[in-house]
Design a protein around this ligand. Structure first.
Ligand SMILES: [Zn+2]
Length: 318
């Protein structure tokens, strides 16, 4: 029995041991499970924290990237948008993002700012592209117009509208001859009147036969009303001595002394240059249209297709 008892005791002990062992194992297991849970719990928190930090870092980096790209768009679009309001909006979004980036910015806030900066930058990009397209279209239209003009030049463009046949020395207007006999280039002062508004470059007044001068005074009033300034005069009366000198200097280009309408005090020359009164000028057109009603005309020989074209020469026929 002892043996049995012993066995029994042993057996009991044996019988207990497993139980005890089981209890211990269970306790240990429970403890282990508890430790594991604690560890798992700790690891999970760490992971969550790391994940959260990662998200913060990532969203911040994305915002910084969007800000850098948008700033380049803003800098590169100065003067290249029609309405600067889109650039003002982008600058404002960038300021807001910069202020957020100066501190800690929550991921959600960073994402919002990234979106607003990127949207504003896209709008500036779009406006800049529209501006560039409009500019290109304008340049193309100008080039096309230029090409058309080159292909079909104006009929008169190859002709200098102020081409002058005069290449001689300068001559100035003449004063009346005190004892003039009334012949060409020898008009007495009593028959002449000086124009009221101008002199030549020597300060000599421009004399004409009195009725011619009076008619030109009236013409000048109308001319001034049309153009805002007086009629320019280059030459009026020319005395006989000057006609002889001109003939000597110019040959047949100058009138035979004693035949020039300037010698009769019935002609004027307007300035040849700087072309204000040239062939196609508004001033010449006005003088041809309105001059005759004042008795002042451009004679046939002085016209462009005449025998001696002189756009500057006008005569009194009244
Ligand atoms: Zn003349």
């Amino acid at each position: 029995m002892l043996g049995a008892g012993g066995t029994g005791a042993w057996a009991w002990q044996d019988g207990r041991r497993p139980a005890a062992a089981d209890d211990l194992t269970s306790a240990r297991a429970a403890a282990a499970v508890s430790d594991d849970a604690s560890q798992v719990s700790g690891l999970t928190a760490q992971a969550a924290q790391a994940a959260a930090q990662g998200l913060t870092d990532q969203s911040r980096a994305e915002l910084q990237q969007a800000v850098a790209a948008a700033r380049a768009v803003l800098d590169g679009s100065a003067g290249q948008v029609s309405d600067d309001a889109v650039r003002t909006a982008l600058a404002s979004a960038l300021t807001e993002a910069d202020q957020a980036l100066a501190g800690t910015v929550a991921p959600a806030r960073a994402a919002t700012l990234t979106a607003s900066v990127s949207t504003a930058a896209a709008q500036v990009n779009q406006a800049q592209q529209a501006w560039q397209a409009a500019r290109a279209a304008q340049a193309a239209a100008q080039a096309a117009a230029k090409a058309r003009a080159a292909a079909s030049p104006a009929p008169t463009s190859s002709v200098d509208p102020c081409r002058t046949t005069y290449t001689g020395p300068p001559f100035w207007t003449s004063v009346p001859t005190a004892t003039g006999d009334g012949s060409n280039g020898n008009l007495p002062a009593s028959s002449m009147t000086a124009l009221s508004w101008t002199t030549d470059s020597h300060g000599t007044r421009f004399y004409l036969l009195t009725p011619a001068a009076q008619a030109l005074e009236r013409l000048n009033v109308a001319f001034r009303a049309a153009f805002g300034h007086n009629l320019d005069i280059d030459l009026a009366y020319r005395d006989y001595a000057t006609q002889v000198a001109m003939r000597a200097a110019l040959g047949t280009v100058a009138a035979v002394p004693g035949t020039s309408p300037h010698g009769y005090g019935k002609a004027i020359d307007v300035p040849e240059l700087p072309c204000e009164y040239g062939w196609n000028s508004a001033q010449r057109a006005w003088l041809l249209a309105h001059g005759p009603s004042f008795g002042w005309v451009q004679p046939a020989w002085a016209l462009q297709n005449g025998s001696g074209p002189e756009y500057w020469h006008y005569e009194y026929t009244g």
